[in-house]
Design a protein around this ligand. Structure first.
Ligand SMILES: C[S@@+](CC[C@H](N)C(=O)[O-])C[C@H]1O[C@@H](n2cnc3c(N)ncnc32)[C@H](O)[C@@H]1O
Length: 295
């Protein structure tokens, strides 16, 4: 597969990490390896641990970072287990980056089911080897109320009840199987007509399903709470968020650490990508970067 990697707000991420000891970084969500490539290029003495829960993304990152092989260690798994698996204090971690969501390698592969614009199975699991429910299982198995709640909470879908009702009605005749079926249902319900600059309404619905399938927010609050106890003083954390629920969790946790004098919030963060970056990479438009230094 051939496409460009656009590490979101990567100059700002480098600015955050420039103020550290620059010895060992953890890229919790290496994806295509774009941020890691910039970190390893900018800090030639630094080593990096690259994590991802998606084997295909890790494979791509290995190729992107081949030139830095001696300084990188790749690990498969969720960053939510980071503090259970690695002693970051003992290792002397200087900086931790979290850039969750989905990578281009996942989005551009129709077989993964993440993109409403590509025909494919309704899968959406970032770690298929771990098993678990697919998006089709959710649409075929969950009750109407639970689906409505999912669309409203994780997708901020205004017509969540109508959508949940239509999902349940459709499966009485044939089970949910493909991304195209869901996209067409959403287009029908919203009377969608493409207009320049407008976001397709299926994007929110797909986002909601992806968050549920991958349990993206489960365990995040307690992971954030552990930062001051698990990371060395003077180390820094850069966290990119892409939707309001996730951002609220990160903002609250960072503010609480500041209140307890366990961290200093770095300014001018939260930051947003500049107009130039958004023009080059539309996927960055909803990003917010928050950063702190452990006290
Ligand atoms: C937006 S991409 C990261 C892109 C990367 N920063 C780059 O520059 O190429 C998000 C990546 O995070 C991974 N991911 C999401 N949640 C994760 C988790 N809990 N643990 C590990 N990886 C995760 C996804 O599999 C995906 O590859």
């Amino acid at each position: 597969m051939n496409f460009r990697h656009y590490p979101v707000m990567s100059n700002e991420v480098l600015e955050v990490f420039a103020g550290t000891a620059k010895k060992l970084f953890v890229d919790c969500t290496v994806g295509g390896g774009g941020h890691s490539h910039r970190i390893l290029s900018a800090f030639p003495q630094a080593r990096l641990i690259a994590l991802d829960q998606d084997e295909e993304s890790l494979e791509l990152a290995r190729a992107t970072l081949a030139g830095f092989a001696a300084r990188v260690e790749f690990r498969h798994g969720s960053y939510l287990s980071l503090f259970d698996e690695l002693d970051c204090k003992k290792l002397g971690v200087s900086g931790v980056l979290v850039d969750p969501g989905i990578s281009m390698v996942q989005l551009k592969d129709g077989r993964r089911g993440f993109a409403h614009s590509l025909e494919g199975p309704l899968d959406m699991r970032k770690d298929p080897a771990a098993g678990g429910e697919t998006a089709a299982d959710v649409l075929n198995g969950w009750g109407e109320e639970r689906l409505a709640d999912l669309f409203a909470r994780y997708g901020e879908v205004l017509y969540s009840r109508r959508l949940a009702k239509a999902v349940v009605e459709k499966r009485l005749f044939a089970p949910w199987r493909t991304t195209g079926e869901l996209r067409r249902l959403v287009e029908g319900l919203t009377h969608w007509r493409p207009r320049a600059g407008s976001v397709h309404p299926a994007a929110q619905v797909f986002q909601a399903l992806r968050i549920a399938v991958n349990r993206e927010l489960d365990g995040l609050a307690s992971w954030l709470e552990r930062i001051p106890a698990q990371l060395p003083a003077g180390s820094r954390v850069a966290f990119l968020t892409y939707h309001s629920l996730e951002d609220r969790l990160v903002k609250r946790a960072f503010q609480e650490m500041k209140r307890r004098e366990r961290a200093v919030l770095l300014r001018p963060f939260p930051g947003r990508p500049g107009a130039g970056e958004v023009a080059e990479n539309l996927a960055s438009r909803s990003a917010k970067l928050r950063a702190l230094e452990v006290a």
